[in-house]
Design a protein around this ligand. Structure first.
Ligand code: AMP
Ligand code: MG
Length: 372
């Protein structure tokens, strides 16, 4: 549609009705609108409109084999595009919706645009817990396909300014409702026979929360925790750059095969005792600087003064990983703004939201984890 992106400002807790109606009209007319959710900013289009959905792929430069999540504001909308769901799926919806849980469901044929599902016979659905997102979807009166509102490959946007940095002039509108909530994308799950809930992508709803709801949790290959309590060999580089942890085995969530969420600089994770981690990063960064690289460290507050680099960015405290998760993508974008070409990052324990945080750190680092 237009080449100028309209920016609306709303109170996130109680968005102006007139603005929501105007943005909803843009969606109904086949346009693209970015909006805040409780995970990250999404880029929405009418999921039933093939041309509208293809505009999302064009704006983002997203590979066409990576399906989109369909967002709804009312469970009744499911009837039009998914097959009836079982008891466990219903339980998950009752317990976690609205919220950052995406459930992969069997698709009703000839319903949503086939661009949404990338030709799969399943569709990923969630009901977001953000007043702006819910109001927009309700006003649009259609299911809204919405991936994260970033250029493909860039860190997901947690502020409207990030959306504009990537997509200004490429989308019709953005609703600025302040910072997104969790700061990481939703948890994607598939419910299998035998009561198994398989996590395809870790996110805002933790494995612990799913277990507490009575689910038997298993992990897809691309979503398994890195630290399974196995012995690690110090000094080993676990994986080559751009290699998937299970090369040859396709993840069940097509998007997980891409090395995205990445800053422009080359990034590595360094895992071990803090003395060893600080010594390793100090040496590497001195060498890199001598070669003319601009260096950066992504650190936790507790250890920030142990690092020596051109830019040491703190994402939060090891004592509050929820807050750290909120700051991850903004920090990765800052490294880009600062022109940092080599980045080393600390790791964190993989309990609770730490699992999703480590998953995104490892993706940003193209799975390069150095154990010292
Ligand atoms: P994004 O919208 O950028 O947060 O990414 C959506 C994620 O959900 C990607 O990893 C997709 O591959 C995944 N996804 C979407 N639809 C399906 C589906 N039908 N089956 C499995 N994964 C899906
Ligand atoms: Mg995304």
């Amino acid at each position: 549609m237009t080449s100028k992106t309209k920016v609306y400002h709303v109170d996130p807790a109680s968005p102006d009705d007139k603005i929501i109606r105007e943005a909803a009209r843009t969606l109904r007319q086949g346009g693209t609108v970015a909006f805040p959710t409780e995970t990250v900013y999404g880029l929405g289009a009418n999921a039933l409109d093939q041309d509208a959905v293809s505009r999302i792929f064009e704006a983002k430069g997203r590979p066409s084999d990576n399906p989109l999540i369909v967002h709804i504001s009312d469970s009744a909308q499911l009837d039009s595009f998914t097959a009836p769901c079982g008891e466990l799926v219903q339980l998950l919806m009752d317990r976690f919706w609205p919220g950052p849980l995406t459930i992969v469901l069997p698709l009703k044929r000839a319903s949503v645009s086939e661009h949404v599902t990338a030709g799969l016979d399943t569709v990923a659905v969630r009901m977001p817990a953000h007043p702006v997102a819910l109001a927009l979807i309700t006003a649009a009166g259609c299911p809204v396909a919405a991936p994260s509102a970033n250029s493909s490959g860039r860190p997901s946007p947690t502020e409207a300014a990030h959306v504009l940095d990537d997509l200004n002039g490429r989308i019709d509108a953005v609703i600025d409702g302040g910072s997104a909530g969790v700061g990481l994308e939703s948890t994607v799950v598939e419910v299998e026979a035998g009561g198994i809930v398989r996590i395809l992508r870790p996110g805002g709803i933790t494995a612990e929360a799913l277990r507490a709801a009575g689910a038997q949790v298993e992990y897809d290959i691309a979503a398994a925790p890195h630290d399974n309590g196995q012995e690690r060999t110090p000094g080993s580089v676990e994986l080559g750059a751009h290699e998937h942890p299970a090369a040859g085995i396709a993840p069940r969530s097509p998007g997980m095969k891409y090395a995205h969420y990445a800053p422009r600089g080359v990034m590595q994770l360094v895992q071990g005792g803090i003395d060893e981690v600080a010594a390793y990063i100090g040496k590497q960064s001195r060498n890199a600087r001598a070669e003319g690289e601009r260096t950066g460290v992504l650190a936790f507050h507790e250890h920030a003064d142990r690092f020596d680099a051109d830019h040491v960015l703190v994402i939060g405290s090891l004592g509050n990983l929820e807050r750290a998760a909120q700051g991850l993508y903004a920090a990765l974008r800052s490294f880009d703004d600062l022109g940092v070409s080599r980045i080393w990052a600390e790791t964190c324990p993989e309990a609770g939201i730490g699992h999703a945080l480590m998953n995104r750190l490892a993706k940003a680092a193209a799975q390069q984890i150095i154990r010292v």
